[in-house]
Design a protein around this ligand. Structure first.
Ligand code: DP6
Length: 344
């Protein structure tokens, strides 16, 4: 057992197809969710530890008080029950994202995922890991940010107890690979950055607004039904059904925000302009081109890799005008985290 050491993990972001919105207890989801793990958008986190106490956190080489205090609080909460060994170590964490900070891309999934992977590597190195490494990393990531628990697996991941998926749990995510039709093995995600600004209402506050929401119970049932349907659809090559469910999920998420006790809007006029443009284009070209949204104004365009060239021309000619500074990110379904060499 080594008392000092370090680890470095690269963990991707993910985009939910079936949305997690609403939680209870200690970060347990109100309904199951399903996501694709991205390829390019990721966080790299390095953890160095030695006997002692205290935490130093650097984001992109600089001190960052806002991120630091969130991480400090998270590590403290872990040190009570989950990871009591943390109390005996001085930690240094350094983190960087592949996407520009404040690009409107949420970094909590990739950031908490990378941090959880480093912490579980440390736990394993100290001879304290019980059970499966990735399951444990997913569990720890979930405690940091719900959606992060899905980022530790490649391709598609499901979080939340679901009858038809053996081993699924509210405590951690599981990988969904069995029987996925090749039609959905190469999904492209072009992320149109409509606005880089900070969101007026955080996801955490948004989840809280689902408590006592007039439509909460029907939303949770609807999400479960949509998940059951989507799990069947991904075994076929039916992009039309896939797109119908995914777009409905995105708009249903935003409908919850608009109808909460304190209503709010995260879509911007250009989000709606892009959605309309996609609907028109789809009708005209008959392309399998669909959108989803996360809790923000940016639009994720989902389509098969086979139409990548024509969709990229379309984005550059007709959609970049709706993006802040013409900025969009080309991403796709990816293989999951990478354990990078520490010390180089
Ligand atoms: C709309 O995982 O960011 O992206 O658990 O409070 O950290 P916390 O929330 P977070 O919520 C993500 C919500 C979502 C949908 C999803 O990713 O499933």
């Amino acid at each position: 057992m080594t008392q000092a050491g370090g680890f470095r993990w690269q963990c991707p972001s993910n985009i939910a197809l079936i949305k997690y919105w609403g939680k209870h207890g200690n970060q347990l989801p109100a309904n199951p969710s399903l996501s694709i793990t991205l390829d390019t958008a990721h966080t790299i986190t390095t953890l160095a530890y030695k006997p002692g106490s205290g935490l130093r956190f650097l984001f992109e080489g600089k001190e960052n008080p806002a991120f630091s205090s969130r991480i400090e609080k998270f590590l403290k909460s872990l040190s009570f029950e989950e990871m009591p060994f943390l109390k005996d170590f001085e930690l240094k964490l350094e983190s960087e994202n592949s996407f520009p900070h404040s690009s409107g891309i949420a970094s909590s999934a990739s950031g908490m995922g990378a941090l959880a992977l480093c912490l579980v590597s440390m736990e394993e190195e100290l001879g304290l890991l019980k059970g499966n490494f990735m399951q444990r990393a997913s569990h720890i990531a979930r405690l940091g940010s719900g959606s992060a628990c899905r980022s530790v697996y490649g391709n598609m991941a499901l979080w939340g107890k679901t009858e038809s998926i053996p081993g699924s749990s509210d405590q951690y995510a599981v990988v969904v690979n069995d029987n996925v039709n090749p039609a959905f093995s190469k999904i492209k995600d072009s992320i149109l950055i409509i606005s880089k600004g900070k969101k007026p209402v955080s996801s955490t506050a948004g989840h809280a607004l689902m408590d006592g929401h007039a439509y909460a119970e029907s939303r949770f049932t609807h999400a479960k039904d949509n998940l059951a349907k989507l799990l069947n659809v991904i075994q076929t090559d039916d992009w039309t059904r896939f797109g119908q469910i995914v777009e409905q999920e995105a708009l249903s998420l935003h409908a919850m925000m608009m109808s909460s006790a304190t209503p709010y809007l995260l879509m911007e006029p250009n989000t709606i302009a892009v959605i309309r443009a996609i609907w028109e284009k789809r009708a005209k070209e008959n392309w399998p081109l669909y959108f989803t949204l996360d809790a923000g104004p940016n639009v994720h365009l989902l389509y098969p890799e086979s139409i990548e060239k024509e969709v990229e021309v379309y984005i550059n000619e007709e959609l970049v005008v709706y993006c802040e500074n013409n900025y969009w990110i080309s991403d796709k379904i990816g293989n999951g985290p990478l354990n990078l060499k520490y010390g180089y």
